[in-house]
Design a protein around this ligand. Structure first.
Ligand code: NA7
Length: 538
């Protein structure tokens, strides 16, 4: 039980919610502006996504050297990634290294979840309350609450009656877990499950994977960074970040200008083979320009990927279940794998096709599907997140006239640039819906947003303004622009967290901005060059 004691901890220029990648950089930038600030973090330490997601096998799907912060040359010189795609412990160590180097911890209150943020129109101030009885007020509130931070565990009938151990992947126990003699279930086969299954299948008693939708997984091709590669990386950081900035998704990969049909079948196969052999997302985000917009072009890549899947699985019936046919390639985030499909060649790994035999309910011992009873020692939910808006929905956010953000967004989010929303003055979201950050090599976009937000507040302070909110016209135009852009792609053809359709009852609508980083940043820069006319300033 949390104490009912209320502790007033003062009035600040800024309150930041979340001490992950965006939150840490926000502290640094606001300090440079000379702002007073306080940060609240639910976890007992910093790192956000990389604090919570400590499941076996958790690692980047972005090239490590394209993921770190770009804003400190000293930091870039000092830090060395050990692998092309770093594992979670190394990333967490990196974020702690950054926090220590820039002395960021002292403004963070840990173990403190923000429960409500209420705007007081008269005083033009936000009142923030936490679950541990703290109360604070601030002129500006910034939500650095993460894109994939609100875990989703399906409400299976009888779930509470199950007597064995169970947890969500983003709540993996902090103590060592030995599964070597356990009978384990994993529900879900998204990017998280793909990493985790590969790892735990190496040392588990018996593993049963419950799959609803098969995914197109591409080989990650990780490896250590050699001393020679390390010095090349260090000499090319500027080039790397420039490349990311000019790409659609903030990665070092970008789409080929050609259509899949500009080349012969043979040349196309050769191109796919080359892309498949590359590290990371090249086969997805460095593919022909039309694979995410033209169904026929997409099908050529999808069929290539299907052949690769079938070739890795010994049992053709299992291979068939693992081969997706019901959504376009890349319309869900592509999991990057390091032996995932081969895990199913092990005698102790079993696959259950939930499309044929759905879960009916949980029992005391395990799971009952339409045909079988299963008993488990451990059930792991790799069932994803209430993405992008989930963490915001958890907080009671009240703007002008008591307007609730949950209510405002119940038919889908409406924002200006994914950074602000009408009715909630002086409130910013560092990775909100309809922002480039939710379809991005995330730190690249978060860094940009943090700089944009802090520059905006600097402008307000310099010009004597104390209140800002987007105009309704600007918000409507942006929302329409985002949704129209999504309709022209194949992303809307799949059910995924991109569409919010993984959460029962959530409006099925595209949550990301798909116009690419250069277009997004051009919109943001236009707003600045026009002296923020898209906002009402007081
Ligand atoms: P994802 O990609 O949303 O995957 C969640 C998985 O859980 C997916 O296979 C779902 O099947 C499955 N799921 C969800 N609800 C159910 C129910 N009710 N029954 C059975 N299976 C279910 O989340 P991840 O954590 O893997 O990855 C999230 C992001 O983190 C990823 O995109 C990377 O950016 C890193 P479905 O496909 O919905 O049929």
């Amino acid at each position: 039980m949390k104490s009912a004691r209320i502790e007033e901890i003062g009035n600040f220029d800024v309150v930041i919610i979340g001490a992950g990648i965006a939150g840490l950089y926000l502290i640094h930038r606001f300090r440079e502006l000379g702002c007073t600030l306080k940060v609240f973090e639910t976890g007992n330490d910093l790192g956000g996504t990389w604090f919570w997601n400590r499941y076996p096998g958790a690692r980047f799907d972005s090239e490590s050297y394209s993921y770190g912060y770009s804003w400190s040359k000293e930091l870039l010189d000092e830090w060395e990634w050990s692998e092309h795609f770093a594992a979670q412990p190394e990333t967490l160590k990196y974020l702690n290294f950054v926090a220590d180097k820039f002395d960021l911890r002292k403004d963070i209150i840990f173990n403190s979840r923000v429960m409500s943020c209420v705007y007081d129109v008269q005083a033009n101030i936000w009142h923030v309350r936490t679950n541990d009885g703290r109360k604070v007020s601030a002129r500006f509130v910034i939500y650095a609450t993460g894109v994939l931070s609100e875990p989703y565990t399906p409400d299976f009938s009888g779930r509470e009656s199950y007597r064995g151990l169970s947890w969500h992947t983003s709540d993996w126990p902090a103590y060592p877990v030995d599964l070597s003699k356990k009978n384990v279930a994993v529900i879900g086969t998204g990017a998280t499950a793909v990493q985790m299954i590969t790892e735990i299948s190496k040392n588990v008693g018996q593993l049963t994977v419950f799959q609803r939708t098969a995914n197109y997984c591409k080989p990650l091709r990780n490896g250590p960074i050699s001393p020679n590669e390390q010095s090349v990386i260090k000499s090319k950081y500027e080039e790397v970040f420039e490349k990311c900035k000019n790409s659609a998704g903030g990665f070092i990969h970008d789409f080929d200008e050609r259509s899949a049909f500009d080349v012969s079948d043979e040349k196309r196969s050769q191109f796919y083979e080359k892309k498949w052999k590359e590290k990371g997302f090249g086969f997805w985000l460095g593919n022909f320009s039309d694979i995410m917009t033209d169904e026929k072009a997409n099908e050529t890549a999808a069929e290539f990927a299907r052949d690769k899947i079938r070739a890795q699985v010994n049992d053709p019936l299992i291979a068939d279940i693992l081969t997706p046919t019901d959504h376009p390639f890349g319309s869900k985030r592509v999991p990057l794998e390091s032996g995932y499909y081969r895990s199913y060649n092990r005698d102790n790994v079993k696959l259950v096709n939930l499309k044929k035999t759905p879960i009916e309910y949980f029992t005391k011992e395990g799971i009952r599907t339409s045909t079988d009873d299963y008993e488990f020692d451990v059930i792991i939910f790799a069932t994803g997140f209430d993405a992008v808006t989930g963490a915001l929905d958890k907080i009671d956010i009240r703007g002008t006239d008591g307007l609730s953000l949950r209510n405002k967004w119940k038919d889908g989010p409406r924002t200006f640039l994914g950074l602000t929303t009408v009715g909630f003055p002086n409130m910013f979201i560092s990775g909100g819906p309809h922002n480039a950050a939710s379809f991005c090599n995330v730190p690249r976009c978060l860094e940009y947003n943090v700089e944009w937000i802090t520059d905006c507040i600097k402008y307000l302070r310099k010009n004597g303004y104390s209140k800002l909110q987007a105009t309704p016209e600007a918000e409507s135009a942006w929302t329409e622009h985002v949704l129209e852009g999504a309709e022209s792609t194949l992303f809307t053809n799949a059910n995924s967290w991109f569409m919010g359709s993984n959460i029962p009852g959530k409006k099925r609508q595209f949550l990301n901005y798909i116009g690419g980083i250069p277009a997004f940043q051009a919109h943001c820069e236009k707003v600045v060059s026009e002296k923020y006319v898209a906002f009402d300033l007081e």
